[in-house]
Design a protein around this ligand. Structure first.
Ligand SMILES: [Mg+2]
Ligand SMILES: [Zn+2]
Length: 226
């Protein structure tokens, strides 16, 4: 089994990239965000241009990342599921933000797949090691491709926990979807079965009822069938 965990708005309470831009970037980042939400530019173009607007030094930005508020119930959730499942953070956000924030919150180390943040004098830049040119979603990180590669090694169902536009593409292929935020509306529109959640404590409650030992299959609505 594989759990694919989104970061911004899912493991972190707010959107880290937006918070960073709000704090350190020129206001023009919001126009770019609107263009992305309207489908005028891809996530890749959007983030690259937005990060060019950031003015900050490394120490200040890392301190900011340490202040990112995470869902505290992720720790017991992770402890439980890692007994029988592979777990990875797969995010269209920034690797260094995720790394600093999760370490600071004493979250156990796990694989992180995200866009690469680099520092330059008084600013930052982004690169996309997990981009997939064949993916129509146009995200920096192709969550479908990562999920496919990771699940090939472990087998069993793929479970997505997410909240936003970067999760749309994987929501279609995942065996179980836990959704909040915009992902709820998307699943409803696309007739993708899903379960609502607000915190990882709620996801844990559902998962605890799965009969993992009997290796029954899990339906897309998160129910186990014999
Ligand atoms: Mg998100
Ligand atoms: Zn994709």
């Amino acid at each position: 089994m594989l759990f694919v965990i989104d970061f911004d708005g899912t493991l972190s309470v707010g959107d880290t990239v937006d918070a960073m831009l709000e704090r350190f970037a020129d206001d023009r980042w919001e126009d770019l965000e609107t263009d992305w939400l309207d489908g005028k530019i891809t996530a890749i173009e959007c983030m690259k241009q937005q990060l060019d607007l950031v003015e900050v030094d490394q120490v200040t930005l890392e301190n900011f990342f340490r202040g990112i508020q995470l869902d505290a119930s992720f720790i017991p959730f992770h402890k439980y599921i890692s007994q029988f499942s592979k777990v990875a953070i797969v995010s269209d956000g920034l690797d260094h933000a995720i790394d600093v924030a999760t370490r600071n919150a004493a979250i156990p180390a796990m694989p992180i797949y995200a866009n690469k943040l680099s520092f330059k004098p008084n600013g930052v830049s982004i690169s996309y090691p997990y981009q997939n040119p064949d993916c129509k979603a146009g995200n920096g990180v192709c969550k479908c491709q990562i999920a496919e590669q990771l699940s090939a090694g472990v087998g069993g169902p793929v479970v997505l926990v997410g909240d936003g536009k970067s999760d749309y593409c994987l929501a279609k292929y995942a065996d179980v979807v836990f959704a909040k935020g915009k992902l709820i509306t998307h699943c409803e529109q696309e007739n993708i079965p899903f379960r609502r959640f607000q915190t990882f404590a709620e996801v844990l409650e559902v998962v605890k009822h799965w009969d993992i030992a009997k290796k029954r299959s899990i339906t897309a609505s998160g129910q186990l069938v014999a």
